[in-house]
Design a protein around this ligand. Structure first.
Ligand SMILES: CCCCCCCCCCCCC[C@H](O)CC(=O)SCCNC(=O)CCNC(=O)[C@H](O)C(C)(C)COP(=O)(O)OP(=O)(O)OC[C@H]1O[C@@H](n2cnc3c(N)ncnc32)[C@H](O)[C@@H]1OP(=O)(O)O
Length: 712
């Protein structure tokens, strides 16, 4: 797990060998320490180079060990190993290729010199795992870079490119050639030279003026961005320790903070997200097709049909992934505007050509339709695409909720039709729902998943149903938020509860941002509002269940949200972003309640969270039961990467497991009893069965789901 060899007569090269990322597992730690001791005691060895085997230097501590204290404690500890490295009386050079992340960079910081390949990157991303750099990184990095630069790296967890790392002083030298060879040559030149000032543990932190004020402000800033996550705040505390305490005291503080974080539910949730993100790539279908047995045909050319906001973002995402893209928009004025916008986003042409004619899609390997949400329009386009496009071309729709099967049946190639549900802005948001219908072929899914990866997306394979997974679960969440307004809550109260939970935006601010008219159009299509609803129908009931017309009434008032400067909140002007409370809305809600004989009651944040989140989670169990998502992990990936669910809470299904399934069930039963006309609050049978089987851990839920029809 750590190769040891002597080169050029005097240099011991220790190479970490643990593919694919050379993580510091117990066996690697054992090997590293033995190698360091061997180098220390061998009189022929006069310098040491530490590198990663076959490319990457090191991806940090082995995250798989974190869930298990006995794994964590087996083998020598990183802190102890890094102390031995730093204390070596012979120069130690880190030869960094690929990446040095987390414990990997901490190892490099314990070395006396750091050589990097010009394409390498370094970072301390522990914060995104709910942790801090717990093997000396929080103490050594500020001593090397100064507090400001170190704090930025540690609190954001960002990866720093080699060029920047050189400027910061984090790397001593860069090479375009063979990093190990260059490091070996350098190590030889450093043999016999004094090392004391190269040991970061010996150095004081560069002084900083107004240190207390600096850290107070850093804490406020971190708290503002953390959305309830504990790790960023602990990172600030640890760096403050580096700036104010002797090294060993700082290390003690780091250890205490790390122990608290490591055993917290937040770290568990963040770790779960790490593996969930990667696990989504291992998709399956009920026909037995799997990610690892199904060959995807590569896609190199694409066409995007419709250049509204979504179409433009999709064009940019595809072009950035290296595809040659034809962007098609039949309305000339929109085409010109889109061309300018896309060029701006791509900072130039970037392999995109433009056309007003659908025929331009004829040669594309993949076509993504992104026109507005109107089934009749989309059907017409799919009919045309079916005859225009070359055989074998995949036809995708970016619909957020319409029926993929219906679109597939307009074509002569239903096995090549699928949904690619991008999230706005499409070139920024990480999530991609890859939607397959019963006739979509496994090769089509494989090609789309591969393309998603090329675009840097977290792609999740889901089945076809109204709203797919994400929007289907959002519906009950939104519905409960409306009901809460009817019962006495204000948008501010509901949003505050959700933002405190960790969402970047509460449901009403989010709805103002995306536009209330979108949901209004969908409800009209569904016959829930609009001309199809007769005057004798009760306003607050549809198809025998409770219905809130609040969103419809707002739209009738022209309050579409930010775009009209008025929605659930007031904005300074159309398009402005800062939401202010609106006295008009308060009277509107009071009048509404009075008209419908509703008595406003006091609603607390706990009820807001339980009603909104439990309803969403309950739908998540239905999604699993129906087989529309392959696993709870896939649902969680969708919510974390597409809907702003806080990572430190793991995703809705993980959250349900963490709260306790029995408690979620009890909550739903209580609320359903109080609101029997709201079926989304009625606990679904899978949740009941899971509780009856003793609430197994989340990775065992599939055993209880088994036996149910799956659409995937
Ligand atoms: C009683 C209580 C006791 C408490 C004791 C507390 C004291 C504990 C002391 C511990 C000290 C630890 C100190 C250290 O500071 C902590 C860390 O180092 S945490 C780890 C930090 N590193 C990272 O966060 C990097 C994570 N990885 C990545 O970002 C990427 O994987 C990558 C390295 C950039 C590579 O990206 P890609 O090439 O795209 O590859 P993938 O991401 O697909 O990964 C491939 C494969 O590798 C697995 N993997 C990646 N990193 C790790 C890792 N660090 N450990 C384990 N496994 C890793 C990944 O899951 C993929 O596997 P697959 O899913 O395909 O099976």
């Amino acid at each position: 797990m750590a190769q040891y060899r002597i080169v050029s007569g005097s240099v011991a090269v220790i190479s970490i060998q643990n593919p694919p990322v050379n993580a510091l597992s117990a066996a690697v730690r054992e090997g590293l320490l033995l190698s360091v001791r061997a180098a220390a005691s061998d009189p022929l060895v006069r310098s040491v180079v530490i590198s990663g085997h076959n490319g990457p230097f090191c991806g940090g501590a082995d995250i798989k060990e974190f869930g298990n204290v006995s794994h964590l404690e087996s083998g020598p500890h990183l802190v102890e190993i890094f102390e031995s490295v730093e204390a070596l009386a012979k120069p130690v050079v880190a030869a960094i290729e690929g990446f040095a992340l987390g414990g990997g960079l901490e190892l490099a910081l314990a070395c006396h010199y750091r050589f990097g390949h010009s394409e390498a990157r370094v970072g301390l991303p522990e914060v995104s795992l709910g942790l801090l750099p717990g093997a000396g990184g929080s103490q050594r990095l500020p001593r090397l870079l100064g507090v400001r630069a170190a704090l930025d790296m540690i609190v954001t967890g960002r990866h720093v490119a080699a060029g920047e790392a050189l400027k910061l002083g984090l790397l001593d030298r860069l090479t375009d050639g063979n990093t190990v060879d260059a490091a070996v040559r350098f190590a030889q030149s450093a043999e016999g030279k004094p090392l004391d000032d190269r040991r970061l543990g010996n150095r004081p932190c560069p002084p900083l003026e107004n240190i207390d004020a600096f850290f107070e402000e850093a804490l406020i800033h971190a708290r503002g961005r953390a959305r309830g996550a504990a790790a960023p705040l602990a990172c600030v505390q640890a760096v403050r320790g580096a700036a104010t305490l002797p090294f060993l005291k700082g290390m003690e503080l780091e250890k205490r903070l790390m122990e608290t974080l490591m055993t917290s539910g937040q770290a568990q949730a963040s770790r779960y997200c790490f593996f969930t993100e990667r696990g989504a790539a291992r998709w399956t279908t009920p026909t037995g097709a799997r990610w690892d047995t199904c060959r995807a045909r590569p896609i190199s050319t694409a066409a995007v049909i419709g250049l509204g906001t979504m179409g433009r973002g999709i064009t940019v995402a595809l072009a950035r992934a290296g595809l040659s893209v034809v962007a098609v928009e039949t309305q000339e004025h929109q085409l010109d505007e889109a061309q300018r916008a896309v060029s701006r986003m791509l900072k130039g042409g970037g392999g995109v050509s433009y056309s007003a004619d659908l025929q331009a899609a004829a040669g594309a390997d993949l076509v993504v339709e992104a026109v507005f949400e109107d089934m009749a329009v989309k059907e017409e386009i799919f009919k045309q695409l079916s005859s225009v496009c070359k055989p074998g071309a995949l036809l995708a729709t970016n619909t957020s909720s319409l029926d993929i099967d219906r679109l597939a049946s307009c074509t002569l190639r239903p096995e090549q039709v699928l949904g690619l549900h991008f999230f706005a802005p499409a070139h920024v948001m990480r999530l991609l729902e890859v939607v397959s219908g019963p006739r979509t072929s496994p090769q089509t899914v494989a090609a789309a998943m591969q393309l998603g990866r090329r675009m840097g997306k977290v792609s999740v394979a889901v089945g076809n149903c109204p709203g797919f997974v994400g929007n289907r679960m959002l519906k009950p969440y939104l519905e409960q938020a409306y009901f809460l307004l009817e019962e006495g809550a204000s948008p501010e109260l509901v949003d505050a509860a959700l933002e405190e939970f960790g969402f970047p935006m509460g449901v009403f601010k989010m709805s103002d941002l995306s536009g209330l008219d979108i949901g209004w159009r969908v409800r009209k299509e569904e016959g829930l509002t609009g001309p199809g609803v007769t005057a004798d129908q009760p306003m607050r009931t549809r198809r025998g269940r409770r219905y809130s017309p609040l969103g419809d009434l707002m739209c009738e008032e022209g309050r579409y949200g930010q775009k009209t400067g008025r929605g659930w909140y007031l904005y300074d002007r159309p398009g402005a972003r800062v939401a202010r409370s609106d006295p008009w809305l308060r009277s509107f809600l009071e009048e509404y309640r009075e008209r419908h004989g509703l008595l406003a009651r006091r609603i607390d944040q706990q009820e807001v969270l339980e009603r909104c989140l439990y309803a969403l989670i309950n739908e998540g169990f239905r999604v699993l039961e129906d087989g529309v998502a392959a696993s709870p992990q896939n649902i969680d990936a969708i919510y974390v990467f597409g809907y702003g669910w806080p990572k430190h809470r793991g995703g809705p299904m993980f959250y349900a497991a963490q709260v306790g399934l029995a408690r979620v069930l009890e909550g739903l039963e209580k609320y359903h009893k109080a609101h029997p006309d709201s079926p989304h609050l009625q606990p679904c049978s899978l949740l009941r069965r899971l509780v009856a089987s003793g609430s197994p851990p989340i990775h065992k839920w599939s055993e209880v789901v088994k036996g149910h029809r799956s659409q995937l």
